[in-house]
Design a protein around this ligand. Sequence first.
Ligand code: 2IO
Length: 413
Amino acid sequence: MPVVDPRFSILSEDFAAAPHRHFARLRDRSPVHYEPAIDAYFLSRYRDVQRVLTDHETFTTETLQVRAEPVMRGPVLAQMTGAEHTAKRKIVVRGFTGPALQDQIRAIHANAAELLAPFLPLGRMDLVNDFGKPFAVRVTLDVLGLDKSDWRQVAAWLDGVGEFVTSVVLTPERRRHCLDCAEQLESYLVPVIEQRRRHPGADLISQLCTAEFDGIAMSTRDVTALVINVLIAAVEPADKTLALLFKHLIDHPRQLAQVRRDPALLPAAIAETLRYTPPVQLIPRQAERDAVFADTVVPAGGTVFCMIGAANRDPDAFAAPDTFDIHRPDLGVARSFTAAAQHLSFGTGLHQCVGAAFARAEIETVAALLLPRLDQVRYSPGFHYRETGLYTRGPAALSLDFSPVREGVAGRG
Ligand code: 2IO
């Protein structure tokens, strides 16, 4: 057995304050770190994480039955297998690529411009709470053809759903609250889904209602779960990725200047942000049978958490992994948003993120809109940077100052 500090815990405040400070020690000294309080194994090496996410026979997504299904109100894509998974995944892919994605980019641009406008003359904006969070919810509501004016209510329900799926520990009280949120979200969605089934439009909910696989249409329960899946997956990581991109660029002024000069570098800056600080830090799997990693056995039935942040900083996968470098040759920018991505921030294997192309378009469109408008962008005086979350992780806030834009000039260009 490797020598480990028995007092060290991933559930400690020390780890929560700065997970990346513990990654190297975990990879070197405790690559299969067991947490007795939650009976789960944490894997931190790139090759182990990659193995877990691609060996679908040994590591299943069955744990989502308890980790997701209760708040998704039905089975999500990631927990499906075989022909059902292939067929439904194709339907969702179609909803987020090609002509559908082109429409979505228009919605992304319009929502971003509208939300940004009031802040431009002020010269100050919290990129997380003033912009990123409302933006992500509103865009997703537009894509689904839901009423944008409900965004605050939907955001509150999604907080509960997100807390449930991303919890590492959950008290009975919080669990009840999360389930209440999910039930209310379901009651809000079901009448809309039934209506779209009768009168389909061009939105994603209508596509899900009318799409067929093996000649069978999806039930309302299936569509509800997929819609809640899309809502949480599109909302939860979006503000984090955007804020982390700006944080890293502000902290690396030379790279910020390069991206400003050459916006063609934006995809590399986004891909490197995803590698360096993945907004989704953990991906759970369940061992179908005993699995051996070096000198440790994960027993059949055991829960495994893939530590994406630690894997993405494994020196066996990336040179100088703790350096943020948009020019790193081992990033493979062109592949970074595809199944061949080198970083593991969209997962890998059969269940790799179906929304990766949408995520790229979203962050790219918004960053390309913000960068030229946020001239002289810097942290607001007295701003204290802090990240939260073990499962999904990002800045609690990102208060930025920039050169105020005179009214009337905003929105041009
Ligand atoms: C809803 C963690 C927000 C997904 C999830 C149980 C399934 C799946 C993910 C991401 C991001 C969420 N898992 N998206 O990790 O759809």
